[in-house]
Design a protein around this ligand. Structure first.
Ligand code: GLN
Length: 192
C-alpha cells in the first residue's frame, strides 16, 4: 500500500511521519506523475487558497478529482477538508467539490494559536484528542454522509465512501486512531 501526501505547503511532513509510524509507505505529491501507483492521498492542512492555486497551476486539480471519482481514497485535514468540500464560504472559494459538505473557513476566528479539545468519535471508546488550527467549521453535511466525530455538537470528522475530511489535525497528536480508520477505507479497495 502506498499513500501520497500533497507536499506543496503545510504540515505534510507530520503526515508522512504518522504514516511511517504505522509502517505505511508514503510519497510526496507535487506533480501529476507522482499520482502513479498510489492507493490513497492525504491533503494536509495549511492554506487552502495557496494549495488550490498550486493544484490549478500544476494541472493536478482534475487528476486529483479523477483519482477520487475512480474510487481512490482521500483524507483531507483542515485546509485539505476545505479542498474536498462542494461548497466553501468565508470567502467563497473554488474546490475539488468531491464531498457533499459546506465549510466555513476560519470558522473559529483567525487566531493563530492552536487549541486542543477532546470530543466524541464513533470508532474510539475514549474521547478523541483534536488539535484545531484556524480550523474551518463544517456547516452542512449532505444526506448519506457519516459524521464520525463531533466537537461541541458540530461535525469535525465526516466520511463519504472512501473520502474522509477532518477539520482538526490527527497527524499532530500521538493518537493514530483516525489514521488507522482511513487506512481501513483504503484496504477495502485494495482487496476488492
Ligand atoms: N485557515 C486555513 C484555510 O482556510 C486552514 C488552516 C489549517 O489547515 N490548519 O485554508
Amino acid at each position: 500500500m502506498k499513500v501520497g501526501v500533497l507536499a506543496v505547503q503545510g504540515d505534510f511532513e507530520a503526515h508522512r511521519a504518522m504514516l511511517g509510524s504505522l509502517a505505511v509507505d508514503s510519497a510526496e505529491v507535487r506533480a501529476v506523475a507522482d499520482l502513479d501507483g498510489l492507493d490513497a492521498i492525504v491533503l494536509p492542512g495549511g492554506e487552502s487558497t495557496t494549495q488550490l492555486k498550486f493544484l490549478q497551476e500544476e494541472g493536478l486539480f482534475h487528476p486529483l478529482r479523477k483519482f477520487a471519482l475512480d474510487g481512490g481514497a482521500i483524507f483531507g485535514t483542515c485546509a485539505g477538508a476545505i479542498l474536498l468540500a462542494t461548497e466553501v464560504l468565508n470567502p467563497v472559494q473554488d474546490s475539488l467539490a468531491l464531498m457533499d459538505i459546506t465549510v466555513l473557513r476560519n470558522g473559529y476566528g483567525r487566531q493563530l494559536s492552536s487549541e486542543v479539545r477532546f470530543g466524541h468519535c464513533s470508532f474510539k471508546p475514549a474521547p478523541l484528542e483534536m488539535v484545531f488550527i484556524r480550523a474551518p467549521i463544517i456547516q452542512r453535511v449532505g444526506p448519506g454522509l457519516e459524521v464520525l466525530a463531533e466537537d461541541a455538537g458540530r461535525p469535525v470528522l465526516v466520511r463519504q465512501g472512501r473520502l474522509l475530511a477532518a477539520t482538526f489535525h490527527p497527524e499532530l497528536t500521538g493518537d493514530s486512531t483516525v489514521y488507522s480508520f482511513f487506512l481501513g477505507l483504503i484496504g477495502e479497495r485494495v482487496q476488492a
